[in-house]
Write a protein that binds this ligand. Sequence first.
Ligand SMILES: C[S@@+](CC[C@H](N)C(=O)[O-])C[C@H]1O[C@@H](n2cnc3c(N)ncnc32)[C@H](O)[C@@H]1O
Length: 448
Amino acid sequence: MIEINNRYEVEFIDMTHDAMGVCKIDGFPVFVKHALKGEKATIKVNEISKKYGFGEIIQLQQSSPYRKDPICEHFYECGGCDLMHMSYDMQSLFKHYRTAITLKRLGKIDLEPEKMVGMTNPYYYRNKVVMPIGQDLTGKTTYGFYKKGTHIIEPMRKCLIIPKYTHDIIKFIVSFMNDHGIKAYSSNTKEGTIKHVVIRSSNKEDDISIVLISKIKPLPQLKTLADSITSKFDKVKTIVMNYHLEDTKSTYGEEFELVYGDGYIVDRSLDIGLRIHHQSFYQINPIQTDLLYKKALDLAELNKSLTAVDAYCGIGSLTLNIAKHVKNVYGIEVVKQAIEDAIDNAEENKIDNATFLLGKSENLLKTIEEPIDVIFIDPPRKGVDHKLLDTIIEKNIKKVIYISCNVATLARDLNILQAAGYDVLETTPFDMFPQTAHIESVTLLELK
Ligand SMILES: C[S@@+](CC[C@H](N)C(=O)[O-])C[C@H]1O[C@@H](n2cnc3c(N)ncnc32)[C@H](O)[C@@H]1O
């Protein structure tokens, strides 16, 4: 019988959605971090529950040809990336396999996904970073990632998925804080000021916004800090303070104060110029987003006689690209700032056939009186509200293009649509988040 702290010789026969190797000890499944399918190892079992256990590799006996040394020195401690121990080829195969198996197991959908659309350079792609600021063991202000299970910040020397320019700005802010005696906030002592810095950059990294999140108001030497940042980094177009006075889990507190610029950056997505405020959702990998949107538009086979809906539309980046090809399009979004950006973006791009509705898609889709030919849905990770699926079915919308960032909720929702008479015709995984286990995809459904 399997026992905790014992060592076992195992072979990994599968991999979980979060990239753990799966082995069986006397038929009992054990999950092991950083183990690859096909590998053999000596493992130690650390935890056992009723149905499965967790272990760690003690010694690799036979390694996979797809294994590679992680190029980031923080990989094993940071937790921001999950797949750096796999070659990029294997990352692609892994995501393709996870898409197929999840659709089949959770959605009862028998469909071979298309080949994953990967990146030529799968590094430095994140256009947004939320960086924790804290103190190291000597009390110096530092930035980095939280040590597992603690509030202690492990200083970060390098990050291979955020642009170098973004990293330079963070370094500069932290060194300014050290030079000017501005302490980072410590959740242990409840003293200090800045908790996080949020940096967002445009596709070409020529427009950058910074949000400084502070535990106290006002932040001392704010004006000097802002002046120093903007004189050193001319691409910084706006700086915003956020006062997060309570100890809550959300990144932002209630109050924002504009310190420099207009509060937004500008960017382009396919044919559309965009204005993006710091609170609005914006896809984090611009290169892959353009490919994903192109695919979604192609699958929809739009023409000027059609009416479309873009539920969960954010700042209208996809909606306004749809508008160019249809008679009318409606965008629905629950965040006020994002809808305001979407309306401004329509005006800036001289688009007059897009209507933006503020509220929940599950409540507003049914209020659209015009017959709808095609609906695009791009929900958050928790997937689509059942009420929205019911309305799609009641309205007999012929074509559904489902963009998803969570293949498990995608499978659940596709299963409901399939049971209501939709054919799931094609699904393509996109590598929006290289080096991590997250899978983005676009799926085409048609009413039979
Ligand atoms: C994954 S993002 C997609 C945004 C946009 N399609 C894009 O490509 O940038 C999901 C968006 O849905 C919004 N949202 C979340 N729940 C919603 C709901 N029930 N109804 C409408 N929008 C919602 C979020 O604020 C966010 O902007």
